[in-house]
Design a protein around this ligand. Structure first.
Ligand SMILES: [Zn+2]
Ligand SMILES: [Zn+2]
Length: 705
C-alpha cells in the first residue's frame, strides 16, 4: 500500500532511527529526545543507542563558519531579498474585543501585501466560536510567485471534499518545501489546474487567443456551498500560474546546486547567522539549507523525490533568497508547540502549521466567504487605483509593505476605502513599519553614540549577563560581538526612537506639501491626521510592538527568550500603526492630493519635505538628517520606482476622468486649475524633475510666482 503512487501518507512525529536490518525508517512514536541536542527524538533507548553512530556527527559538532570580511553594520537591516516575509501572520480582526463575540454581520477585509492569506488564516482561526460573520475578502498579490502560491493554497484549503490533513500538508510543502512526494505534487496540481486551463480556454474562445492584450483582465468564478471565489487576473498572470503548474525542467542535482548557490550568495552571511543561534538551532538550519524540506529534523526524507515546480519552474526561476529561513512568516508562538524534540524548530513549525490549517478549513467551511484575488505588482503602486477597482469600503485594510515603501501615497490611495468610524467604530487601516527604531535621525545621534560605547562597558541590565561587554578590538563578526550588538538594539528605548521619528514633519509633514509657503507650522500627519484619517492612540487590534522583548531597562527576559529572539529571522523592531477614518475629505481635495502623491516617489517626497521644513526657522527638531534615510530607501526599495511623474499624472487623471462618476464640469474646472500659474507646487520638486528633464515648465511656473 505504501507503494501506491496515489496515496499520500500523512506525516507523523516519528522516531529518528532506522531499522538495522532493512534500513527502513523505524516509524515508532517518539518519546525520548536525544539528551544532548534535543533536536531528534526516539521511540526508545534501543533506537537511540543504535542511531548514535549516525547522529553523533550532527549532534556534537559545531562547525563555525569561516570568517568573511564584511562591512555590514548590525544596525542595518540585513538585505532581505527573499520570498519569505518578515511580517508574521496576525489577527487583523480581534473580533472578541471589537465587533463582539456574537457578531453575525458582513465584514469586508482588504489585504494588499505579502501576508494577505496568512493574516486571513490566522484571523479566522482566532474567531470566537460564537461569532458567525460573513467575510468578504480581497487579497492582492504583488508578484507572480506569491500569486501562484496563494492561488494554489486557496484552492487546496477550500477543497472541502478532501481530507483537511492532506490539504494542510499539501499547502505546507507547496508553500515552503523544495521537493515533495510525487503523489502530493500531483494532488496540488490536480486541485487547481482545471480552473487555470478552463479560464485560459475560455479566454481563447472568447477573444480568439492572442488578440487579447496581455494586460486585459479576465475573471474566473467558482462557487460552492459557503464560498464564492473570483480570481481576476490579466492573461499574462493566468499564463504565469499555468507555467508553474507544469513539471519542473530542472534536474535533481541541478536543484541542489541552485540551492547551494542561493545559500552562499543571497542569505545572511553564515558567520553572523550562526553567531545568533544555539548549536541545535544552527544544526536545524543547516539541514534546511541542504534539503529545503519543511519537515521535522529526524523525519525520513524517503519519497520526497519530486521537485516543487513553484521554485524550480526552470533553471533561472528559483526565487532569490528562498533558502533563507521561512520561520518569520508565523508568530514566534510556533516555538511553544509541544513536540517530542523540543529544539526541532522546523518540526514544531510543520506541526503547528498543519494544526492551524486543519482548524482553518473546519472553521471556514461553516462561515460564508466571498473571496476576490487580484495581482498588482508593488512597483505599480502609483498607477494602481484600488478605489476604482474595489468601489466599496472595508472594515479592515492591511497595507502590507506599501507603508514603508511610500507612506504618503499609501495613505492617499487607501483613505477612500476605509469605512467611516460612524458606521463601524472598529474599522481600521493597519500599517506595519520597520523604520521607527533604526532610522538614525540626527536628534538620536547622542543615544546611538552612547550605545556604541555600551558595546564595551556594562549597562547595568541583564544583557551584561547574556551577552557581556566585548573588547573593542574584537572582530565585529565574532559571535559575542554579534550577540552584544543585537542585544543593545533590543534594550534601546524603542518608544523614544519611534516618537521622534513619527512626529517628525521632515518625514511625515505631508500637509505641508500642498501649500508650503502659507503653512505656519509644519506638523507630522501622524499627530494631525490626514484626509479624514487619524492614528489611533490606543490600539484595538494589534500590539503596538508585535516583536518586542524588552520594555524597560529593568526588564529581565529569560535567557531562553533572549536566545529565541536572537535566532529569529526577522529581529528588527516592528511597529503597527492603526488608522481610523473619523473626518471627511471632499472628493476634489482627495484628487488634488492624489495628483501630488502619484507624481513623487518616496525619495522625492522626503527631499521636498526636507526642503520645506528646513526653510522654516530651523530648530533642533526640524534639522533632522536625511542622509542615512536616503541610503536606506534606495537599499530597501531597490531604488525608487522608475516612472515618469508627468506621464503617471496624465494616466491617472485620464483614468479618473473615465471612471469617476463625478460630473464633467468639475473635471474641466480641475484641468483649468492645472494651467493656472499659481498652481500648487511644493518646493523641492525641481530636484526630482532634474533627473527627468522636465524641469523647465515647473521652474518657469515657480518664477511667475
Ligand atoms: Zn524507534
Ligand atoms: Zn543529539
Amino acid at each position: 500500500m505504501a507503494n501506491d503512487p496515489d496515496i499520500v501518507p500523512t506525516t507523523k512525529p516519528t522516531c529518528a532511527a532506522r531499522d538495522a536490518a532493512t534500513g527502513r525508517p523505524c516509524h515508532g512514536v517518539p518519546s525520548i529526545p536525544c539528551p544532548k541536542c534535543l533536536l531528534v527524538a526516539y521511540c526508545g533507548h534501543e533506537c537511540r543507542e543504535r542511531h548514535w553512530a549516525k547522529h553523533k556527527d550532527f549532534c556534537s559538532v559545531y562547525i563555525v563558519p569561516k570568517p568573511q570580511k564584511t562591512d555590514s553594520d548590525m544596525d542595518d537591516e540585513p538585505i532581505n531579498i527573499s520570498p519569505w516575509s518578515c511580517s508574521a501572520a496576525t489577527d487583523v480582526l480581534n473580533l472578541e474585543k471589537n465587533e463582539g463575540r456574537h457578531f453575525d454581520d458582513y465584514l469586508s477585509l482588504l489585504f494588499t501585501g505579502e501576508a494577505g492569506l496568512r493574516h486571513l488564516i490566522y484571523s479566522v482561526d482566532k474567531l470566537p466560536e460564537t461569532a458567525s460573520p460573513t467575510l468578504c475578502v480581497c487579497i492582492n498579490e504583488t508578484t507572480h510567485f506569491n500569486l501562484t502560491r496563494t492561488f494554489l493554497a486557496l484552492h487546496l484549503l477550500f477543497s472541502h471534499d478532501h481530507d483537511p490533513v492532506l490539504n494542510a500538508e499539501a499547502v505546507i510543502h507547496m508553500w515552503y518545501s523544495a521537493r515533495m512526494p510525487k503523489a502530493l505534487h500531483n494532488y496540488v496540481n490536480s486541485v487547481a489546474r482545471k480552473h487555470v486551463i478552463h479560464t485560459l480556454d475560455d479566454i481563447s474562445c472568447y477573444y480568439g487567443g492572442d488578440k487579447l492584450a496581455e494586460s486585459q483582465s479576465c475573471r474566473s468564478h467558482t462557487s460552492q456551498e459557503n464560498l464564492s471565489m473570483d480570481v481576476e487576473l490579466r492573461r499574462a498572470e493566468w499564463m504565469a500560474i499555468k507555467k508553474r503548474l507544469e513539471e519542473s525542467k530542472v534536474g535533481f542535482a541541478e536543484s541542489v546546486a541552485i540551492r547551494y548557490l542561493d545559500t552562499t550568495r543571497n542569505t545572511e552571511p553564515p558567520q553572523r547567522l550562526f553567531a545568533r543561534m544555539t548549536r541545535a538551532r544552527s544544526t536545524g538550519l543547516r539541514k534546511w539549507h541542504d534539503d529545503g524540506l519543511l519537515l521535522p529534523y529526524g523525519h525520513p526524507r524517503d519519497g520526497f523525490d519530486t521537485l516543487n515546480s513553484l521554485f524550480f519552474m526552470a533553471r533561472s526561476t528559483y526565487p532569490i533568497g528562498a533558502t533563507a529561513e521561512p520561520l518569520s512568516e508565523w508568530p514566534m508562538e510556533v516555538l511553544d508547540y509541544d513536540y517530542a524534540a523540543p529544539n526541532d524548530v522546523y518540526g514544531k513549525m510543520f506541526f503547528y502549521l498543519r494544526d492551524l490549517l486543519v482548524r482553518f478549513q473546519r472553521r471556514v467551511a461553516k462561515i460564508p466567504v466571498k473571496l476576490q484575488l487580484t495581482c498588482e505588482p508593488g512597483g505599480n503602486l502609483p498607477e494602481w487605483l484600488p478605489s476604482l477597482r474595489f468601489r466599496r469600503e472595508f472594515d479592515r485594510i492591511e497595507v502590507g509593505p506599501f507603508w514603508d515603501q511610500h507612506p504618503f501615497l499609501t495613505l492617499v490611495l487607501f483613505s477612500r476605502l476605509l469605512r467611516h468610524e460612524d458606521e463601524n467604530p472598529f474599522a481600521t487601516m493597519l500599517a506595519l513599519t520597520r523604520d521607527t527604531v533604526t532610522h538614525g535621525m540626527r536628534c538620536m545621534q547622542g543615544d546611538l553614540e552612547s550605545e556604541k560605547l555600551d558595546m564595551c562597558r556594562p549597562t547595568d541590565t541583564v544583557l551584561d549577563e547574556y551577552a557581556p561587554p566585548v573588547d573593542s578590538e574584537d572582530d565585529p563578526m565574532k559571535g559575542n560581538v554579534v550577540r552584544r550588538r543585537i542585544g543593545l538594539v533590543l534594550w534601546r528605548n524603542w518608544d523614544k526612537f519611534a516618537s521622534r521619528f513619527l512626529s517628525s514633519p521632515a518625514h511625515f509633514g505631508f500637509e505641508s506639501l500642498m501649500d508650503p509657503e502659507t503653512t505656519v507650522e509644519h506638523r507630522s500627519i501622524i499627530q494631525t491626521g490626514f484626509l479624514g484619517l487619524a492614528v489611533r492612540e490606543k490600539q484595538i487590534i494589534t500590539r503596538r510592538w508585535p516583536n518586542r522583548l524588552v520594555h524597560s531597562k529593568k526588564d529581565k527576559p529569560s535567557l531562553r527568550d533572549f536566545n529565541r529572539w536572537l535566532s529569529w529571522p526577522a529581529m528588527l523592531p516592528e511597529r503597527w500603526l492603526e488608522w481610523k477614518l473619523c473626518g471627511e475629505s471632499p472628493e476634489d481635495e482627495w484628487r488634488k492630493w492624489m495628483k501630488i502623491a502619484v507624481s513623487k516617489p518616496r525619495l522625492a517626497v522626503e527631499l521636498a519635505l526636507q526642503d520645506i521644513v528646513s526653510g522654516q526657522k530651523s530648530d533642533d527638531e526640524t534639522e533632522d538628517g536625511f542622509e542615512r534615510d536616503m541610503g536606506a530607501v534606495s537599499l530597501k526599495d531597490g531604488g525608487a520606482p522608475d516612472y515618469d511623474p508627468e506621464a503617471t499624472i496624465d494616466a491617472t487623471v485620464s483614468v479618473l476622468e473615465r471612471d469617476l462618476k463625478g460630473d464633467e464640469d468639475d473635471l474641466i474646472k480641475d484641468e483649468r486649475k492645472e494651467d493656472e500659474p499659481n498652481k500648487v507646487e511644493p518646493k523641492g520638486v525641481e530636484m526630482v524633475q532634474k533627473g527627468t528633464g522636465k524641469k523647465k515648465s515647473k521652474k518657469s511656473k515657480n518664477k511667475k510666482k
